[in-house]
Design a protein around this ligand. Structure first.
Ligand SMILES: [Zn+2]
Length: 281
């Protein structure tokens, strides 16, 4: 059973026992609250020992659970949400219409659930990804920003970049930190986000260059060049990343030459796509 750890900002951490090739150490479950109520973020698994550990951690802090919140609907975050919400008889807060008892969008506040926090819609990793901004620049990021890992983009590349730009000023104050969906607490979120934006833009340059040099290459072939160490297991994520970037470049200013347009159009064609979840850099 995971040991609850207070990380500051009124947040308690529990690690879901769902470690695998996609979740790294496992999914981070966060308990957010300072008064008598607490919101549980991303149970991540329906493993009864984890759901019990969550309830014990809240009880030991003298807090009652007021809601279960999902940062997005990928199963390594949403598993266990329905079970836990049923056990403690609270609603699920999410942007995903599939999961939400209380559907939230950008700018919504959570004070009805006893939490001083604002929801930020951050599409990119998935269309329904949200972050939660607590006082003093404490940001719950789901898989939009990870601690020491990189996540995939299963929404739109342009949205992902816009979401990161949006988050930058929210974590600019000294003492800000981020609570990610996987990996460690991010103590320098402003620098981390800036690095992430620069890294993703370099990947876009790389796709543009490779597409011009190899105009007949498929997304799978380019992904193999860009991510040579990617295991077969993660290869579909790499292919999706190439396609997301190609789509972004096709929409970019200034207009592309017709040769570039044709090469990127081939790459963006999602028929060259395998099914997947989760991430590569
Ligand atoms: Zn995840």
């Amino acid at each position: 059973m995971s040991v609850p750890t207070a990380v500051g900002g009124g947040a308690i951490h529990l690690l879901a026992p769902n470690s695998d090739e996609w979740t790294y150490e496992g999914t981070n479950t966060w308990l957010l609250g300072s008064g008598q109520s607490v919101i549980v973020v991303d149970p991540g698994t329906s493993d009864p020992s984890h759901l019990l550990a969550i309830q014990h951690a809240a009880a030991e802090s003298g807090q009652s659970i007021t809601a279960v919140l999902l940062t997005h609907d990928h199963e390594d975050h949403s598993d266990g949400a329905r079970e836990l919400a049923g056990i403690v008889n609270v609603p699920i807060i999410a942007n995903s219409a599939h999961w939400a008892d209380v559907r939230v969008d950008d700018g919504d506040v959570l004070d009805d659930f006893g939490l001083d926090a604002v929801v930020i819609h951050t599409p990119g990793h998935s269309d329904d990804s949200i972050c939660v901004l607590l006082p003093h620049g404490v940001l719950v990021t789901g898989d939009t920003i990870l601690g020491g890992h990189s996540s995939g983009i299963y929404g739109r590349f342009r949205d992902f970049l816009s979401s990161l730009e949006r988050l930058l000023p929210l974590v600019a104050a000294p003492g800000s930190f981020a609570l990610p969906g996987h990996g460690h607490v991010v103590v320098d979120p402003h620098e981390t986000i800036k690095r992430l934006i620069a890294h993703r833009l370099r990947r876009a340059d790389q796709v543009r260059d490779l597409a011009m040099r190899h105009p007949n290459a498929t997304a799978t072939e380019l992904a193999a060049q860009m991510y040579p160490s990617t295991t077969l297991f993660h290869r579909p994520s790499a292919v999706q990343m190439v396609q997301a970037i190609a789509t972004y470049l096709l929409e970019a200013d200034p207009p592309l030459t017709s040769a570039a347009h044709n090469a990127l159009g081939r790459l963006a064609d999602t028929r060259d796509q395998l099914t997947t979840d989760k991430g590569v850099t």
